[in-house]
Ligand binder design. Structure first.
Ligand SMILES: NC(=O)c1ccc[n+]([C@@H]2O[C@H](COP(=O)([O-])OP(=O)(O)OC[C@H]3O[C@@H](n4cnc5c(N)ncnc54)[C@H](O)[C@@H]3O)[C@@H](O)[C@H]2O)c1
Ligand SMILES: Nc1ncnc2c1ncn2[C@@H]1O[C@H](COP(=O)(O)OP(=O)(O)OP(=O)(O)O)[C@@H](O)[C@H]1O
Length: 520
């Protein structure tokens, strides 16, 4: 979210009654009245069966209208009750925070920094909490107990909660529709498109930030030192870094001893219960690295660009103070990046998954020929229907976020990261008619190395963790339930288009001059 664009979602929270799925109850009562009036009129002589049928139908409509009005009244009462409960809970949380911390706003920080955004934020908060606010997704509220006895005890380890809302057309918000297709009286209709800009609003202030950095980079190290000091002194946040970074910080100065880390992989599994926000300093590879650390739910990631291309890193590091101040207050526009979960099924185990559990990828899973000089031969199934046999260098199963990475290099389409789908892209297929496919998000893809295959295949996950697939082994891949929320600098579409323009110089061509032949 750019500081200049941070108000772009203003006004989004009001929902027109029709869009909210309700007809205005006043007009409904009026129409019910008029229907009743028609029914009460004395029937004319010579009325035939049709008119009787018609009046019966009107009676039914009147009844239905009354029911809808009553239903709306009870829904409103219920909503008011929920709102009351929510306000109580919020007050309680605020009190808890004030008692637990020494800072006045629950987060502390430089008052000057806060005033820059507080007005704008309160505006937006009001809009988001207005009576037409849409419900979204609740996340874990409380961290699990700190399993690392050596970690420095910190003031508050209560994980911040947030709400997600869906915005459309930059103006109005709407309840996220789960039923995208309706069927009534023989007519199939689709609801208003449900994939909208997603906005994240903090319900309690974030308190713990995990900073992940690209190794062996001087510029990243310098920025990391500066950012930690600023987050600690100005924002009073708890900070986690990787063990490697903690050692680097301590060699720099003992000042950094307050920075927390973990000891082993078991602690990493609990990170999502403690961390409110992840900041990455590096390129796309560092975002992939961050995502790979979370095998389940992923906290929102703020990716700062310190790499060469930066398709997923829209934030410029020079302005990190403004960006982070704005993000810590929220609301934030986010892109929910889908991940794929992959299981390897060994021939000898048949239907059993490997013990190590699923691998989650943000970009893609690749099955290729590795160092073998033979053509790979891969049988592919989609929900048990035979798709094709890949004979070539291999196959890429990519997310839409990964569509601009390896899949693009292999001839796949570029797809907006918010589009749910699985890209099925062959690598150098030895066939003239093999075109890449995009499959819907709900399918399960199975890639089998046939028992008769001449060679092994190799599978890799976001370009890492190569594993061998022998004849008879299979890879099963489907959409994972835990997406990766990445903060947008503007919004998900603007950021995506900017990345393909700046990163790839997409469709850059000198404009044809005015000077020349034209249609008569
Ligand atoms: N022929 C190829 O284009 C090719 C070959 C192997 C791997 N890769 C990609 O590299 C990724 C691993 O990245 P890394 O940084 O760890 O390795 P890396 O350091 O080798 O970088 C690979 C390049 O891919 C870019 N990249 C990564 N994710 C991207 C995305 N979603 N959209 C656009 N570009 C992206 C990176 O910016 C980097 O320039 C793999 O997931 C794979 O997609 C590409
Ligand atoms: N915290 C980390 N620990 C270990 N490896 C990491 C970490 N962060 C990034 N990497 C790895 O370092 C490599 C390079 O990272 P990254 O892509 O962020 O930088 P880059 O190559 O300079 O940028 P770009 O991808 O834009 O060219 C990647 O393979 C990535 O997996």
């Amino acid at each position: 979210m750019s500081p200049s664009n941070s108000t772009s979602t203003k006004g989004n929270a009001s929902v027109s009654p029709a869009e909210n799925g309700f007809i205005d109850s006043f007009s409904m009562l009026n129409s019910e009245k008029s229907v009743e009036e028609i029914i009460q009129q004395p029937l004319l002589h010579g009325i035939d069966d049709h008119l009787i049928e018609f009046s019966e139908a009107l009676r039914t409509v009147a009844k239905a209208l009354r029911r809808v009005t009553e239903g709306k009244a009870s829904a409103q009462a219920e909503a008011a009750e929920w709102k009351r409960k929510y306000e109580l809970e919020r007050q309680r949380n605020l009190q808890l925070e004030q008692n637990g911390g020494d800072c006045t706003d629950g987060r502390g920080g430089n008052p000057e920094d806060r005033t820059v955004i507080s007005d704008e934020n309160s505006d937006q908060c009001e809009l988001c909490c207005g009576k037409d606010d849409i419900s979204a997704q609740e996340v874990l509220r409380d961290g699990e107990p700190d399993s690392n006895p050596s970690s420095v005890p910190n003031k508050m380890m209560r994980k911040a909660s947030f709400k997600l809302s869906w915005y459309c057309k930059g103006e109005k918000c709407d309840r996220h529709k789960h039923d995208i297709v309706s069927f009534e009286k023989g007519n199939i209709t689709t609801a208003e498109r449900s994939s909208k800009q997603i906005s994240l609003k903090w319900e309690s202030p974030p308190q713990t930030v995990l900073i992940l950095t690209k190794p062996n980079s001087t510029s990243v190290r310098i920025l990391c030192l500066e950012m930690i000091r600023w987050l600690n002194e100005q924002k009073k946040l708890n900070i986690y870094v990787e063990p490697r970074v903690k050692s680097e910080l301590l060699t720099e100065s003992s000042y950094y001893s307050f920075v927390q880390t973990w000891q082993d992989d078991k602690d990493v599994l609990l990170l999502h219960t403690k961390v409110d926000l992840v900041v990455t300093l590096g390129g796309d590879g560092t975002v992939l690295w961050a995502a790979s650390m979370f095998k389940g739910p992923v906290p929102p990631i703020v990716p700062f660009s310190l790499g060469s291309l930066g398709f997923m890193t829209p934030f410029h590091s020079e302005h990190y103070r403004q960006y982070l101040s704005s993000i810590l207050c929220g609301p934030i526009s986010i892109t929910l990046r889908h991940r794929l979960q992959c299981h390897i099924i060994r021939d000898e185990a048949k239907s059993e998954y490997e013990n190590e559990g699923p691998m989650l990828v943000l970009n893609e899973v690749t099955i290729d020929r590795g160092i073998s000089s033979f053509l790979t031969n891969l049988e592919c199934y989609c929900d048990n229907s035979f798709v094709t046999c890949v004979q070539g260098d291999g196959l890429i199963l990519s997310t839409t976020s990964g569509s601009t990475a390896y899949s693009l290099a292999a001839g796949g389409s570029m797809v907006h990261p918010q589009v749910p789908g699985i890209l099925f892209t062959p690598i150098c297929p030895h066939s003239l008619s093999f075109r890449p496919l995009i499959l819907p998000e709900h399918v399960t893809v199975r890639v089998v190395v046939p028992p008769s295959s001449r060679c092994q295949a190799w599978v890799s996950f976001d370009g890492k963790g190569r594993k061998q697939l022998g004849p008879g082994d299979a890879l099963v891949c489907s959409m994972a339930p835990w997406p990766v929320p990445t903060a947008c600098q503007s919004d998900s579409t603007t950021d995506f288009l900017r990345s393909i323009h700046d990163g790839l110089h997409w469709n850059l061509r000198k404009t044809q001059s005015f000077d020349g032949p034209r249609d008569p």
